[in-house]
Design a protein around this ligand. Structure first.
Ligand code: HEC
Length: 135
């Protein structure tokens, strides 16, 4: 009799233990993606049209001009074209944006093609971190 009670008690605790570990798994969600790093206070706002488009015009559009290799980066279409390509611009993780990685020295695929500098890559990173606006 005594040992049966004990067994029942152990069984109940066992079930409770499993149950509680399950509910714990259910309650704890996957951690959300980390927010983008906050811009330093007083950071200057990057103008897409003035600063980023001028990089495309100077260094990219011999190949990425109208009828060229996607993304077409001409002034009238560059922003829309980049936004339409998955992964090209990632405002949550600016450092994962394809357009940024392509121009980032020393290993970006377009660094040799477009002669991009670290300063170019930094401007593009900042612009994405500020929300990649068509400003
Ligand atoms: C000499 C020609 C040339 C120049 C200049 C050039 N590109 Fe490219 N680009 C290519 C070619 C060819 C491809 C397709 C093959 C590849 O991905 O390497 C490409 C692909 C790309 C891609 C797509 C990569 C992907 O994974 O989908 C991006 C983004 C890009 N270029 C951005 C740029 C930027 C920004 C510049 C200017 C800084 C630039 N390119 C300058 C020829 C060029």
């Amino acid at each position: 009799m005594q040992s049966n009670k004990l067994k029942k008690l152990i069984a109940i605790f066992f079930v409770l233990f499993i149950f509680s570990s399950c509910t714990k798994d259910l309650i704890v969600p996957d951690p959300p993606a980390p927010p983008p790093p906050p811009p330093p206070p007083g950071e200057n706002q990057i103008s897409y049209k003035a600063e980023i488009q001028s990089i495309w015009d100077a260094k990219c559009n011999t190949c990425h001009g109208n009828g060229g290799t996607p993304p077409v980066l001409t002034a009238s279409k560059s922003w829309q074209n980049m936004m339409a390509m998955p992964g090209m611009i990632d405002t949550v993780n600016p450092g994962s944006s394809i357009i940024y990685l392509e121009v980032l020295p020393p290993n970006g695929g377009m660094v040799q093609m477009g002669q991009t500098t670290k300063a170019n890559a930094d401007s593009i990173y900042k612009w994405i971190r500020q929300g990649a606006k068509n400003n």
